[in-house]
Design a protein around this ligand. Structure first.
Ligand code: SF4
Length: 495
């Protein structure tokens, strides 16, 4: 167990991809012999201990280098319940040390050419660049503030390579005219409703098209998930394209779990060329939730924040990650997931802040069953001064049964209050219809409370009906949220 991170699990170091010189191997082993026992170093080749309260994040099974996922809990990692969430520990210690603002810097994905190699050589090179005299003077004879500045200049250059240049600043979009109807509706001040349709499990698009036609008049945009629960379905971009053809604006979800940096950039160009104008980046559920046999559970090439950073720069700065110019940059409205109930609202607010800085323009939250408790999270976002920079849509899933309500208590990042469980249990005595009615009633009560927060940082709803798409028109109508210019669909002729 690493000395400075109690409870952290020991994991083996990475090996360099190519055979290294003898001299480098000596240096690598020397660095590992010291940082291994102290920090549990895995020799990632791009050290960020300075930013993570001296806890190495490379234990995270999702490979996250920019904060916890939406399933983070104080007790354990949801992918592997035998270990703590290392990001929870990093956030906890950062707050105790007063270093939490350091967590806002957008850190790069690994350079796999450097993985397994030492970092101290890079530090030495930076000190040499600065000049040994200047470095030692800066460290020995200056104020604490100056000392920190000297130290950070060296390490910032080590952890932020030229091809990344991550920072902790907000980057406003480099355009003004809305690029999608969703963005237009937000800008017009509407309380916007989106809903999710689960992509088909086969190549048949019949049900998908029926669902699109069913919900289209009632919502501004439709989300298509990207292999949710790490379980294969029709791709999000194919569903999005079908949606465009049917005149229903899609939100294409894109999960880091299944992407490399090359496939992300290629896919976004393809999707925008096919008419997709809203993109939502998520890290993606771990394969631990998928049917067996499971895919790799320990490495993601990118995390959601890195995806947002790359996509924003493609759009606003007109270049690929590798620096090549993009003659015709893609256009899209960029979103991210948010998790009001994962870990601690203070911790999650930092992560949401970082997403906004990286380029997220709208949030769709995880399911909310306790609007009062959600307000704690909202207040944390307000303290961070980001509510005027992002549109927030609250996730709603109507409960269809008591069994579903109890299942939701097991979903990472979801909180279901005891009173709500009791109401569903009571309704169970009346049978399936009574349970569905109670589920709709509860959803409408929650929506009423959320609507009251319009103007205080909440801009809309995101309904995730998990296969119960038929209920969307009723919920939107009874909640009084029909979109402006709503035209009721023609009644189907009797069969
Ligand atoms: S961030 Fe990388 S180099 Fe730094 S301690 Fe962790 S594995 Fe080692």
């Amino acid at each position: 167990m690493p000395i400075f991170t109690p409870g952290r699990r020991w994991q083996p170091a990475y090996s360099p991809f190519k055979k290294d010189t003898f001299g480098n191997r000596v240096l690598e082993n020397f660095e590992y012999a010291i940082k291994g026992p102290l920090f549990g170093c895995r020799m990632c080749g791009n050290c960020m201990l300075q930013e993570t309260a001296f806890i190495c994040p490379m234990e995270c099974p999702k490979g996250l280098r920019n904060g916890p996922c939406g399933g983070s809990t104080p007790e354990h990692c949801y992918v592997d319940k035998t270990r703590p969430c290392i990001w929870y520990k990093i956030y906890d210690r950062s707050f105790k040390m007063g270093r939490e603002e350091k967590l806002l810097e957008v850190l790069p994905p690994l350079d796999w050419e450097k993985v397994g190699s030492e970092t101290w050589g890079d530090v030495f090179t930076e000190v040499k660049k600065m000049g040994f005299g200047k470095f030692f003077k800066g460290m020995a004879f200056k104020s604490a503030k100056e000392r920190y500045k000297t130290w950070d200049t060296i390490f910032a250059n080590v952890r932020q390579p030229d091809w990344w240049q991550g920072d902790n600043q907000y980057h406003a979009p480099a355009y003004t005219e809305p690029v999608s109807n969703l963005e237009k509706a937000f800008k017009a001040g509407e309380f916007v409703v989106a809903c999710e349709i689960a992509p088909p499990l086969s190549m048949s698009t019949k049900k998908l098209i029926e669902n699109i036609e069913l919900v289209k008049p009632y919502v501004t945009a439709i989300n298509y998930t990207d292999n949710a629960s790490a379980t294969p379905r029709m791709t999000s971009w194919a569903c999005s394209r079908i949606s465009v053809e049917k005149g229903a604006e899609p939100v294409m979800q894109i999960a880091a779990r299944d992407r490399t940096r090359a496939s992300l950039q290629g896919e976004i160009l393809g999707a925008t060329a096919l008419g997709v104008r809203n993109v939502l980046c998520v890290t993606g559920d771990s394969p631990v939730l998928a049917p067996k046999p499971r895919g790799r559970m320990d490495i993601n090439d990118l995390d959601a924040i890195q995806m947002i950073w790359i996509l924003r720069r493609m759009r606003d700065e007109g270049h690929y990650l590798d620096g090549r110019e993009l003659k015709f940059p893609p256009k899209f409205f960029l979103g991210a997931a948010a998790a009001p109930f994962a870990s601690d609202p203070k911790f999650q607010a930092i992560r949401e802040h970082k997403k906004v800085n990286a380029g997220a323009q709208f949030f769709q939250t995880n399911l909310v069953y306790d609007p009062e408790r959600m307000e704690i999270w909202l207040n944390e976002l307000a303290k961070r001064n980001i509510l005027d920079k992002v549109y927030v849509m609250i996730g709603i899933t109507p409960l269809k049964s008591a069994k579903m309500a109890h299942y939701m208590t097991q979903v990472p990042g979801v909180f279901v209050p005891e009173a709500l469980l009791k109401r569903m249990d009571e309704a169970e005595k009346g049978g399936p219809t009574a349970m569905q009615e109670e589920g709709v009633k509860l959803a409408l009560e929650i929506i009423e409370k959320i609507k009251a927060l319009k103007g205080q940082g909440i801009h809309g709803l995101h309904i995730m009906p998990v296969g119960w798409e038929d209920i969307v028109p009723r919920i939107v109508t009874e909640a009084g949220l029909l979109p402006s210019g709503f035209v009721a669909p023609a009644a189907k002729p009797a069969a």
